[in-house]
Design a protein around this ligand. Structure first.
Ligand code: 1HN
Length: 346
């Protein structure tokens, strides 16, 4: 006689599940195949946020609530597959933030790291670690974890930027803290451009030792990054999938600029038709220049300047440029690389 038990009838199993449920335990075998899949499975879906549609909403929000009352006046870009979860991918938050002339968004700090990518308007500033930087479209700015930051707009036009934060990652680890400063704005202790001079000239202060995993350079002006891509576009053949693509670096380590978020800028030459590509890091793109298309399966997202679109983990997609295009993008790649999880396939 075999000692292997005969399969129990469903009714007996269900009764067992109900019994053990009271003890907060559950059978793995009922969920295993959904839990551990052959390839990435995410509720995140490909999506595009059209600037033409959202820009009026962002401006309208300016008439509904002040930056002071809202603390941050932001429209969250929620992934259609992740509604109600304040996230654009399973691991990252994105939103469009508006600051009107004369407004201040008060100083606070939190465990979450943030990036700002300026979408429209100039003349607002963000202050980080005692230094203000004036925002211009296309600039990439970092707010490191647990650093005081406030924004203000002494200029004369509304300024809108894309916020990217690692909110879901910090939530996953249950590691978040937040604190408000007594004062509305932090006192400035450095002149504008100091961090760029100190860390953004291919040099470092002598004997510099990094104090954190976040780049000490927190302002990456568009002009410089754009110039680099223009030079490369004349000098080299484009990568078959990415065109001319650079990643932003922490100049003190050569690594990613933030411990949780990688950022990139790429140029697609006019008429570029990219090869299919996928990677495990769901990626958020912001269109800076040009019109083009992102294709996946038999679907096409048509993009133009200031649109934001997202490609989920392991979704094969290709990029096509109707005009010369410049795309900014960000993802959770540093976390995946650190955990030996990141994979790509061309
Ligand atoms: C935050 O602090 C800012 O400082 C923007 O501008 C968006 C989303 C979630 C949590 C904190 C900001 C944010 C945020």
């Amino acid at each position: 006689m075999s000692s292997v038990p005969k399969p129990a009838p469903q009714s007996e199993r269900q009764a067992f599940y109900r019994k053990i449920d009271k003890a907060s335990v559950a059978p793995l075998w009922e969920v295993l195949h959904d839990l551990i899949t052959h390839a990435p499975k995410t509720a995140c879906v490909p999506a595009i946020y059209k600037w033409q549609e959202l820009h009026p909403y962002v401006l309208e929000s300016g008439g509904l609530i002040t930056a002071q009352e809202a603390e941050r006046r932001v429209l969250v870009l929620e992934n259609p597959g992740l509604r109600g979860q304040s996230r654009i991918t399973q691991s990252l938050y994105a939103g469009l933030q508006l600051i009107l002339p004369g407004e201040v968004a008060r100083a606070h700090r939190h465990s979450q790291s943030a990036l700002r990518f300026i979408m429209s308007g100039s003349g607002a500033y963000t202050a980080v670690q005692g230094e203000r930087v004036t925002m211009h479209p296309g600039d990439f700015i970092i707010t490191p974890s647990w650093t005081w930051h406030d924004h203000g707009n002494p200029g004369d036009e509304p300024v809108i930027w894309l916020d990217g934060l690692d909110v879901p990652i910090v939530e996953l680890f249950g590691a978040q803290f937040m604190e408000r400063m007594e004062a509305q704005s932090q006192r400035t202790s450095h002149s504008e451009g100091e961090s760029l001079a100190r860390f953004g000239a291919n040099m470092l202060p002598v004997n510099y030792v990094p104090g954190s995993r976040t780049s000490p350079l927190f302002w990456y002006p568009y002009e410089r990054s754009r110039e680099a891509l223009a030079t490369l576009a004349k000098a080299e053949a484009p990568h078959p999938a990415h065109g001319h693509k650079l990643q932003y670096v922490n100049p003190a380590t050569g690594g990613f600029p933030m411990p949780t978020i990688a950022t990139f800028l790429q140029l697609l030459p006019q008429s570029f038709s990219g090869k299919s590509y996928r990677s495990t890091d769901s990626t958020v793109f912001a269109v800076v220049e040009g019109k083009g298309r992102a294709c996946f399966g038999d679907e096409t997202l048509h993009f133009e300047p200031q649109d934001v679109f997202v490609m989920p983990s392991w979704t094969a997609y290709s990029l096509h440029a109707d005009q010369e295009c410049v795309l900014f993008s960000f993802s959770d790649r540093p976390v995946q690389v650190a955990l030996d999880l990141w994979r790509e396939q061309a």
